[in-house]
Design a protein around this ligand. Sequence first.
Ligand code: ADP
Ligand code: MG
Length: 701
Amino acid sequence: MNNLLETPIEYLKGVGPQRGELFRKELNVHKYADLINLFPNRYIDKTNYFKINQLQNTNSEFQIIGKIINIKTVEAGKGKSRLVATFIDDTGQMELVWFRGQKWIRESLKINEVYVIFGKVSQFGGTFNMAHPEMELLTEHKANIRSAMQPVYPSTEKLNNKGITNKVVNKLMQQLFIETHALFSETLPDYLLENLKLIPKKEALLNIHFPKSQDLLAKAQFRLKFEELFFIQLQLITKNLIRKHKIKGHPFETVGDNFNNFYQNHLPFELTNAQKRVLKEIRNDMGSNAQMNRLLQGDVGSGKTIVALMCMLMAKDNGFQSCLMAPTEILANQHFIGLTELAKDLNINIQILTGSSKTKERKLIHEALENGTLDILIGTHALLEDKVKFQNLGLAIIDEQHRFGVEQRSKLWKKNDIPPHVLVMTATPIPRTLAMSLYGDLDISVIDELPPGRKPIQTVHRFDSNRLKVWKFIKDEIAKGRQIYIVYPLIQESEKMDYKDLMDGYESISRDFPLPDYSISILHGQMKPADKDEEMQRFAAGKTNIMVATTVIEVGVNVPNASVMIIESAERFGLSQLHQLRGRVGRGAEQSYCILMTSHKLSEDSKVRMETMVRTNDGFEIAEVDLKLRGPGDLMGKQQSGVLNLQIADLVKDRDILQLARHEAVKLLKTDAPMEKPEHKKLREVFIEMSKKKNIWNYIS
Ligand code: ADP
Ligand code: MG
């Protein structure tokens, strides 16, 4: 049976080489099995009949029984006309409208005969109408016994143009069921079907393509979604188990002098409970024999840096080196300065390595790394170069993980025979359900509490026409000694235009905030790293009042005296980016503000984004909205979109099923991790088959 499903698609009766080619190219359908797994996007429900007084203006399709009582041609000027029929049932009347083929249609319509009509309904001047309805006499309708729920398959313009319509796909699907005798073998163990009341695979496939009723369709969808998510979870969790068993880490057995000394004598503030909790989680992990692979999530400003330092102190106390990798030079520099300051009373050698490190410095760093006198190395991608060799790297920390590709992470990993513990820190709040499915192999720690005394940032949305008022507000804040960020969008595709916007903005700001009363910094991607750094330092030292910048400052920059963040063309930013930018203020004791500047023309999505930002400071809530607006693929960035390439489940809508699938996968693997029990034989086969095909391994950590 399985062999039959491996048959190339062109061998299916009705396909042939030409259509086969189209199926491959347009739908990624290569063989019978792929077609079986081409699930409909939606269904047209022809099992329900609606009355005219039940119609709603929801842009949906309705099926109605009634009759035509009159037909007329309505002239619309310029030689155009339409055919309009009045259609009634016992509850009211509506109009049927045709623009094309009027003559032929007029001839074929029968007055006062009972029709079943079907189509999209819209409302115009109080009357419902349906344009170009599908129609059938009730007598024919009854004779045509067919599956009443009509599946609508994914399609493309090209397929349609080549005559591969939905109807054709439907027919081919029928042919597929005939040729294979619908002998689809079960993939899940019996006890799961029983416990979770799942319908068998065969029945599920039949009903997903030819639903007999809404009820059976729902059951088929549930079963197939569960199966899909279940196998993904099995993969992710298995991978985690293998890692924990096979990959030995460096056990950090002692809690030593540096950690204790720092904790007892040099903490600049009391740690929050959340910080203490995650430290304990990380300590437990690194203390065991297995290698740690942990994601540390914490909203902007939640204090991840000090946690990172304390973890690196643990490494030092156990005789290991550590590194901290940041996505930009500015950020690496800032970490270097901040961590050096925090650790100034400890006997720790901290260095920085970036793309602009001088050859001489590099050489010294390479030496110190290899002879083990260097304890903590902070840097950018430069850390990944082959020349950078540690004597004994015990812990690698990656800040702001979403900027790094997966490849880069595994490069770090390969720097030693025994891989270092890995801690990935991110301020992009990934909703837990999504994190679970994308990072099922990473353990997760969350700092869900901000340091005390922070005043929530006040966010407002202003239109460009209110700029004068905004400028006045800035002047008042500067008079109080505060500093201001003004950020312009930078989007890859139109870099030149964005650069011009930025420069125009800078010029007009310079006019409105003239020397010597005001001084302005500027920061953008086309500057040399050293120049960027100098501007950043000037601003951080309070030498300039306003920082005009592109999103290069998005990540991690920490200037506590800056209290106002102005985001220009805010409608062009995504929610998570807006939230990251806003997180640059509100870091000191002063009340901080975020002003979202937009034009009057806003799309519906942009409106939701602005409203969300104004309503809440909660990164997780924002991430949920973002997820709803954009879908999970986008949220994770292009790099990771489509990683899971789901056939039927939807990570946002099917969270409950995801949860269930994860729960069951954990339970199964707890009792039978190798899937050796007789009842798991089939499961194991499918699992191995799937792991070969869908290599989600490569994408994750
Ligand atoms: P992020 O999680 O965004 O990287 P940081 O580590 O940069 O946040 O911390 C933000 C600011 O909060 C820093 O100025 C830091 O010194 C301060 N901070 C961190 N933890 C605490 C705490 N427990 N109490 C008071 N301030 C803290
Ligand atoms: Mg940070």
